[in-house]
Ligand binder design. Structure first.
Ligand SMILES: C=C(C[SeH])C(=O)N1CCC[C@H]1C(=O)O
Ligand SMILES: [Zn+2]
Length: 597
């Protein structure tokens, strides 16, 4: 009878889940070995292990299909079977699977090991993206120097990846079809378990665009004031190399000379950290202490032993920050090439947020040890960082001296947060709108670059510093495109983190709507056990329930909405509208004069 069949199914899937945990542990160890020591041998070993594991997964998948799990009564049991019924890339025949793995690791190792020659000394050709080019982009205010490094990096990391990328698209789409998806775009979107995901992304952009356009207009004016009309036009897009970041995805590095009230005290966290001899380990200890202050879980012993928090000098590694779950309930790691600056202070909290999520759901079945959706996993650390970057918290930890919270200081603070959080949204939206078009075949290899820049101009209002051709492939100059990492997760994260932050601040008694002594911009949930417990209740669920259930557990809302972000930035939005009115700055941008199609 059905009861007995269901019980048999339960015993089968729990055993399968334990085996899956061992496979994922083995796969993670092989991938860690490769990305923390990039050698041909470690690459071959990683691919060999992935191949063996894909055989075992294929075997298990054949057995799982035999069960009539759709008729089972138990919701969680059905959900486990549903997840195990999707084989993934292992559905490819061996030779194609291997080819796909080679094309992705070819792009990723090219990105991680690319070296650029110095602008000032053409015989010095050992500059890496991290920390060298990142530091130059954070400090240089020489448009010619920035243009040189922008062009060199996009040649080395972008153009050189075009062949591998074209192969990867072909093979990954074949894998998608073997999993009953039309293409990889549909496969990626299925992770969000809502039928109208792409429409939701568009709706959020519609809600945020007016605020973005005001901020874009203000920044363009301040950049034109500094670099002149020849370099920054009055009504055109902003040249992408002048925004302090290789991909123009966050603009924090131009805060010092664009902030609204320059005569208010400079809040240079990077300088303060360096003056106080911060070390990478201190940054990690401070982040761990914040999580513990919320009654969340301390980083386990193995974390401190196995993590890599500084760039090694004796080998090549993948520097792009990452957090790792080894699926054995005790081995969790972070790998990043920490530098002592505000940006990496944020990144450290971001990565620790991933590990905290791992710790909170570690007693779930392996198949549920995942974010409620990929955006949730990206939002945990950032939500904590919203408290850490508040003036109140920075004063608490001694990174800024006291300054009365007057209106001008508050606008400067919201501006600092806005050139991080608001400007990121059109960038993130572009990256996956571009790849959706590629996977759907609307964008072919002959128009990769044209379509990429058309989207970046239309949504972000930026333009390349020089003309582009189809010899270039600028999208792959961004880690996630070269590493086959979906990016809509960050777009979702930058929206839901404000919904999480607002809920946690209310629980902590730090935010009371309409109470001017309890403003959202000043909220710091540090040491609030009540907030920590509410966050823990959501994180413990992992992916065991559809994400609207998880979101409702913490915020009472079941939908992803821009209202949290818009509420947080409302005073800035009003200020920008008045300021752009005062200066008569053109809102929006006319088409670029740079050739790229
Ligand atoms: C820090 C990570 C590792 Se999940 C990252 O890739 N992030 C964090 C924010 C956006 C995105 C990026 O750097 O492009
Ligand atoms: Zn992340």
């Amino acid at each position: 009878d059905l009861e007995a069949l269901e019980q048999e199914g339960r015993e089968y899937i729990m055993h399968l889940d334990k085996m899956a945990g061992l496979r994922k542990n083995r796969a993670s160890l092989a991938e860690w070995a490769y990305t923390s020591n990039i050698t041909k041998e470690n690459e071959e070993n990683r691919i060999q292990v992935q191949l063996e594991i894909s055989q075992q997964e294929k075997q298990a998948w054949e057995e799982t299909k035999m069960y009539r799990w759709q008729d089972f009564q138990d919701f969680s049991l059905r959900r486990m079977f549903k997840k195990y019924s999707q084989l993934g890339v292992a559905a490819l025949p061996n030779d194609k699977y291997k080819q796909l793995m080679l094309s992705i690791s070819g792009m990723e190792s090219n990105y991680a090991t690319a070296k650029i020659c110095s602008y000032k000394n053409s015989s010095k050709c050992d500059l890496s993206l991290e920390p060298d080019l990142t530091e130059i982009f954070s400090k240089s205010q020489d448009p010619e120097e920035l243009k040189y490094y922008w062009v060199q990096w996009h040649k080395a990391a972008g153009a050189r990846a075009k062949q591998n990328f074209t192969e990867y698209v072909q093979l990954d789409n074949e894998a998608a079809k073997l999993n009953n998806f039309d293409d990889v775009a549909e496969w990626w979107q299925s992770e969000y378990e809502v039928p109208d995901f792409e429409k939701q992304l568009a709706k959020i952009w519609e809600d945020v665009k007016p605020l973005y356009q005001q901020l874009h207009a203000y920044v363009r004016k301040r950049l034109r004031d500094k670099y002149g009309e020849e370099v920054v036009s009055t009504k055109g897009p902003i040249p992408a190399h002048l925004l302090g970041n290789m991909w123009a995805q966050t603009w924090n590095n131009i805060e010092s000379f664009t902030r609204p009230y320059p005569d208010k005290k400079e809040v240079d966290i990077t300088q303060a950290m360096q003056n106080q001899n911060y070390t990478p380990l201190k940054m990690f200890r401070m982040s761990d202490e914040f999580f513990r202050s919320l009654n969340l879980t301390a980083m386990p012993e193995k974390f401190w032993k196995n993590s890599i928090i500084e760039k090694p000098t004796d080998r090549e590694i993948v520097c792009h920050a990452s957090a790792w779950d080894f699926y054995d309930g005790e081995d969790f790691r972070i790998k990043q090439c920490t530098t002592i600056d505000y940006e990496y202070f944020q990144t450290t909290h971001h990565e620790m947020g991933h590990v905290q999520y791992f710790l909170q759901y570690k007693d779930q079945p392996v198949v549920f040890r995942d974010g409620a959706n990929p955006g949730f996993h990206e939002a945990v650390g950032d939500t904590i960082a919203l408290s850490v970057s508040s003036p109140k918290h920075l004063r608490r930890v001694g990174l800024t001296s006291g300054d009365a919270e007057d209106e001008q200081t508050e606008i400067n603070q919201l501006y600092k947060m806005g050139i991080d959080k608001i400007v990121f949204l059109p960038f993130a939206y572009t990256l996956d709108l571009f790849r959706y078009g590629v996977f759907r075949g609307k964008t072919t290899p002959d128009d990769y670059n044209c379509h990429y820049w058309r989207l970046r101009e239309e949504l972000q209002g930026v333009e390349p510093p020089v003309n582009r051709t189809e010899e270039d492939f600028d999208a792959a100059a961004k880690y996630h495109v070269s590493a086959d990492v979906e990016y809509a997760r960050y777009y979702v994260s930058f929206i839901v983190q404000f919904q999480f932050h607002r809920a946690l601040c209310q629980i902590a008694g730090e935010y009371v709507p309409e109470d001017l002594t309890k403003k959202l911009v000043d909220c710091d949930i540090y040491q609030s056990v009540a907030a920590g417990n509410a966050l823990s209740n959501m994180l413990k669920m992992g992916s065991s329930r559809p994400w609207p259930d998880a979101m409702e557990a913490l915020t009472g809302q079941r939908a992803m909405r821009a209202d949290g972000l818009l509420e947080y930035f409302r005073p800035l939005h009003e200020w920008l509208q008045a300021e752009n009115q005062r200066t008569g700055e053109h809102i929006g941008w006319e088409s670029s004069k740079i050739q790229y199609c």
